[in-house]
Design a protein around this ligand. Sequence first.
Ligand code: ZN
Length: 145
Amino acid sequence: MLEEKEVTDLLREKGFKVTPQRLAVYKVLSNTTVHPNAETIYNELQPQYPTMSLATVYKTLDILSELGLVQILNVGEESFRYDANTDSHPHVHCMTCGRVDDIFGVDDAEFLEKIAAKTAYRLSGKQFYLYGICPDCQKKMQKIH
Ligand SMILES: [Zn+2]
């Protein structure tokens, strides 16, 4: 995650305007691990930036992803989710409440080797999404039954 000054410099360097709204969108993302979509970010910033439109949030997310500051997650919902941690790491998605969690510290080298051997591809990237039911939702289900 970058400091505000670094984000400012990077935006300027690449010819993008630096606005408080753009910096605020990045700030929301770098302070959360819930992988919000554009609408969630928009709602969170509404009280602070009442004149900002949802379109501005989308545009900003496009710019941030173009600059490599955020990664886009497609967990199979209607809208994308965003993560300011751009290191490659798997995500797990709760099919019941929609929550998306990071998975860190699981070594996938052997798995990727097997895939490369099986497909004869020289792999250049990866994006893992896993699906299931989160611990909270499992507990709720147990209460109902
Ligand atoms: Zn859940």
